[in-house]
Design a binder for this molecule. Structure first.
Ligand code: ACO
Length: 402
C-alpha cells in the first residue's frame, strides 16, 4: 500500500487514472455525449439534425459562440472566414521543402505549426481580437493547406480557393480542379463532404482535443496548439482509424475471409483489432456512424458504383460483429471511422488524405475548446501527476566504480 499523501506531500484526493477514463479535465458547455444511449449533442442540438439540415460554417458558429446564427450573423461569419482562405504566398515554397512521398499528415504537422511564423500578428492570446482573427484564419486556411498538401503529394499545381463556393465545395475544388480543365461541383458529393465535416467537427475531450487544451494551457499560441492536435490525431487509435479501417477492409479482401479476421480480433495473443470498431465513450452505436453509413450509400449511388466490394465487406463485417458475443459483451460497435473511409475513397481521396480531412473538420472543435479554456477564469496550466515507480534516492557513483 502506497502512502500517497506522504509520497507526494499532498493532502486531499490523488487519483491514478491511466488514460483518464474517469477524470474530467475541465468544464465544457460545447459538446455532450451519452455513450450508453448513443447520443451526441453540440450546444444541445442532436448531431443527426445538424448533419441533415446544417451547413458546416453554421455548425462552426454554433460551436464557437453557443447559438445557431441568425441570417445576418451567418452572412457576417461566412464573410469573415472566407476572406482568410488564402495562405501567405511564401507558404507554397515552404511545402516544397518536404519530400513528395511524405505522408500528408507529416506535412500538415509542419505547415500548420509554421502558421504562427507567417501570422504572428494574431498570436497574442491576451488580445480577444487577435484570438478571433487566429480562429478565423485556422478554420479558413486548414482546407487550403490540406488541399495544397494533397496537390503537392500528387505533383499537381496548387489551386487557389474559389470563395463563391461554400466551405465543402471549395475544398473539393482545391483538391480536384486542375488549371487546364473546368471542374464542376457535383452537389451530392459536395453535400456528402459537408456532412463528413459536420460529423467530425467536435467530440468533447478526445485525445487530440485534450492535447490542444493541454498545449494551450501553457499559453502557447493557437497555431502551435492546433499543430499539436494534428500530431495527436494522426495515431491509428484516433483519427488515423479511418485510413486503418479502409486498409483493413482491403486486407480482408472478400466476405469469405471475415470470420478469420473476427477470430483474430478476439484472440488476446494477436494485437489485431477491428479498426473502426469500439470507442472509449460510446458503448452503443456511434450516432455519427449511422449517418456516415447513409452518406456512403448516397455517394456510391450518385457515382453509379453498384457493387463496391469494400462496402459489401464492411456491411457483412458489421452484421457478423454485431451478433458476436465478444463484441456484444464488450459493447464494440462501428464508430464514425468505419464508413467514412469508403465514402472518402469514393469521393476520390487516397487513404493517406483521410486523417487530413478529419483534421480540417476538427479544427473548429479544437478552436472552440481552446477558446472556452482561454476564456475560463478558473483555467490553470494542465499538469497531470504520476505514480513514481523508479529507483529510490541513491548516491551518484563515479563511472570508474560502476
Ligand atoms: N477490436 C477488437 N477488440 C477490441 C476493439 C476492437 N476494435 N476495441 C476494443 N477491444 C477490446 C479490447 O481488446 C479490450 O478487451 P479486454 O477487456 O479483454 O482487454 C476491450 O475491448 C476494451 O478495449 P480498450 O482498448 O480498453 O478500450 P478503450 O476505450 O481504451 O479503446 C479504442 C477505445 C481505442 C477506440 C478501441 O476500441 C480501438 O482500438 N478501436 C479500434 C481503433 C478505432 O476504430 N479508433 C477510432 C476511435 S473513434 C475516433 O477517434 C474518431
Amino acid at each position: 500500500v502506497i502512502d500517497i499523501g506522504a509520497l507526494y506531500n499532498t493532502t486531499g484526493a490523488f487519483t491514478y487514472d491511466p488514460g483518464f477514463t474517469s477524470t474530467a479535465s475541465c468544464e465544457s458547455a460545447i459538446t455532450f455525449i451519452d455513450g450508453d444511449a448513443g447520443i451526441l449533442l453540440h450546444r444541445g442540438y442532436p448531431i443527426d439534425q445538424l448533419a441533415e439540415h446544417g451547413d458546416f460554417l453554421e455548425v462552426c458558429y454554433l460551436l464557437l459562440y453557443g447559438e445557431l446564427p441568425t441570417k445576418a450573423q451567418k452572412d457576417d461569419f461566412d464573410y469573415r472566414v472566407t476572406r482568410h482562405t488564402m495562405v501567405h504566398e511564401q507558404m507554397s515554397r515552404f511545402f516544397t521543402g518536404f519530400r513528395r512521398d511524405a505522408h500528408p499528415m507529416a506535412v500538415m504537422c509542419g505547415v500548420v505549426g509554421a502558421l504562427s511564423a507567417f501570422y504572428h500578428d494574431s498570436t497574442d492570446i491576451s488580445d480577444p481580437y487577435q484570438r478571433m482573427v487566429a480562429s478565423m484564419r485556422l478554420i479558413a486556411k486548414m482546407p487550403t493547406i490540406a488541399a495544397m498538401a494533397y496537390k503537392y503529394h500528387i505533383g499537381q499545381p496548387f489551386i487557389y480557393p474559389k470563395n463563391e463556393l461554400n466551405f465543402a465545395a471549395n475544398f473539393l475544388h482545391m483538391c480536384f480542379a486542375v488549371p487546364c480543365e473546368e471542374y464542376k461541383i457535383n452537389p451530392v458529393l459536395a453535400r456528402a463532404m459537408e456532412r463528413i465535416f459536420i460529423l467530425h467537427a467536435d467530440h468533447e475531450q478526445n485525445a487530440s482535443t485534450s492535447t490542444v487544451r493541454l498545449a494551450g494551457s501553457s499559453g502557447a499560441n493557437p497555431f502551435a496548439c492546433i499543430a499539436a492536435g494534428i500530431a495527436c490525431l494522426w495515431g491509428p487509435a484516433h483519427g488515423g482509424a479511418n485510413e486503418a479501417a479502409l486498409n483493413m477492409l482491403g486486407e480482408i479482401g472478400h466476405v469469405d475471409h471475415i470470420p478469420e479476421f473476427i477470430a483474430r480480433a478476439k484472440d488476446k495473443n494477436d494485437p489485431f483489432r477491428l479498426m473502426g470498431f469500439g470507442h472509449r465513450v460510446y458503448k452503443n452505436y456511434d450516432p455519427r456512424a449511422k449517418i456516415m453509413q447513409k452518406t456512403a450509400h448516397e455517394v456510391l449511388g450518385e457515382l453509379g458504383i453498384k457493387d463496391d466490394p469494400l462496402l459489401d465487406i464492411a456491411m457483412e463485417l458489421e452484421k457478423i460483429a454485431l451478433t458476436d458475443s465478444y463484441f456484444i459483451e464488450k459493447k464494440l460497435y462501428p464508430n464514425v471511422d468505419f464508413y467514412s473511409g469508403i465514402t472518402l475513397k469514393a469521393l476520390g481521396f487516397p487513404t493517406t488524405m483521410f486523417t487530413v480531412l478529419f483534421a480540417v473538420a476538427r479544427t473548429v472543435g479544437w478552436i472552440a475548446q481552446w477558446k472556452e479554456m482561454i476564456e475560463d477564469p478558473h483555467q490553470k496550466i494542465g499538469r497531470p501527476r504520476q505514480l513514481y515507480t523508479g529507483a529510490p534516492e541513491r548516491d551518484y557513483v563515479p563511472i570508474a566504480k560502476r
